[in-house]
Design a protein around this ligand. Structure first.
Ligand code: NDP
Length: 328
């Protein structure tokens, strides 16, 4: 197994006197910036002067333009969406990089696909939490952390690993464990899991099958996911393992799951998954997504509009009005 690093492997003090510039104050940016600050580190924010910047200021951060924050920072954390990073890097970051600075990515995407090519005098590392931003923050507050993948693309200073581990400790990730990976591996696996394991799409299909057969949509939605049981099952999978958690289900459920599994999840699905993987590995998906971002997301907006028209949304609203289901 590859190296896994925990809190004892990381030394926060090597970041003493250094300024960490968090570029972007969205999902990951706001969570990571707060965690780093609560870990005692010096954090500033680089953002366009808009509502994200205002939110950061209200939380007591010093906010600068992206260019200024890059110039002031020793460690630059790229926490803006992947598809906008190349343009922002070109116009506002590149010229502020100086020898010995560290450029940190939360995804291997732009380095792996070659959309960003940093100069050879900076350290280029990746700290990619395997968790949405809000959970990066909430886990930290509970004394835990989000597991993460780490990688070093360039070690100009010779101390890239120590810096990377210290930042990982700062956001709380070494409390859970960070594992060595590569920019390529993170990029491919992350895109694949988003595209091939789209749980929401599977739930919508099941909803259509049951409601078209005449079953009550609210009861169906509750059974499929809206009761929150899905969260408990997910927790059981994480805590006990995919196979071991089966014992928490009734024998009827175990028999049903295992005996019917390959009617849906068979070689045909696997072949489709392989096609998805090829599309990612070839860079076709990345090219398409880059163009989509530059054109201001016309296809994504259309797809989102279509998704909102699915009948499940109306029944979800009813459930939210009638029931008091809040997951803590
Ligand atoms: P968000 O979509 O939450 O980023 C929003 C931030 O980016 C805001 O500060 C926003 O500021 C800024 N931003 C958006 N567009 C632009 C632009 N054109 N120019 C300058 N700033 C812009 O991003 P995420 O936090 O989701 O993702 C950040 C990184 O983290 C990505 O590399 C992603 O792959 C990675 N990651 C994300 C995870 C997640 O769960 N979200 C999980 C693990 C990694 P404003 O609108 O004010 O310009």
């Amino acid at each position: 197994m590859r190296n896994v690093y925990l809190d004892n492997d990381a030394d926060l003090s090597i970041l003493n006197g250094k300024t960490i510039s968090v570029i972007g104050f969205g999902n990951q940016g706001s969570a990571q910036a707060q965690n780093l600050r609560d870990s005692g580190l010096e954090v500033i924010i680089g953002n366009i002067d808009d509502e994200y910047a205002l939110r950061a200021k209200q939380m007591g951060f010093k906010v600068y333009s992206i260019r200024e924050a890059t110039e002031k920072g020793d460690i630059i954390m790229m926490l803006i969406p992947d598809e906008v990073q190349p343009d922002v890097y070109e116009h506002s970051i590149k010229d502020g990089l100086r020898p010995g600075k560290t450029l940190v990515f939360a995804s291997g995407y732009n380095i792996h696909f070659g959309y960003i090519k940093p100069p050879n005098y900076v350290d280029v590392v990746m700290l990619a939490p395997r968790m949405i931003g809000s959970a990066v923050r909430s886990l930290y507050l509970k004394g835990s952390g989000a597991p993460a993948l780490i990688a070093i693309n360039r070690d100009f200073t010779g101390t890239a690993l120590q810096t990377l581990l210290a930042i990982a400790k700062g956001i709380g990730s070494t409390r859970a464990g960070v594992i060595e990976s590569t920019f390529e591996e993170e990029t491919i696996i992350d895109l694949f899991s988003e595209q091939a394991l789209a749980y929401g799409q599977l739930i919508k299909l099941a909803f259509e099958v049951l409601t078209e057969a005449g079953f009550d949509p609210v009861v169906v939605a509750l059974e499929l996911y809206a009761s929150g049981e899905i969260v408990e099952i997910s927790k059981a999978i994480v805590n006990h393992g995919l196979v071991n958690q089966l014992s928490l289900h009734s024998l009827t459920s175990q028999y049903g799951q295992l005996s019917r599994a390959n009617i849906i999840f068979n070689e045909e699905i696997k072949k489709k998954m392989k096609n998805i993987l090829e599309d990612i590995v070839s860079g076709n998906f990345a090219k398409e997504w880059y163009q989509e971002g530059r054109a201001n997301y016309p296809t994504l907006n259309k797809l989102l509009e279509q998704a909102k028209k699915h009948p499940i949304v109306e029944y979800e609203n009813m459930i939210h009005k009638k029931f008091k289901i809040y997951l803590l």
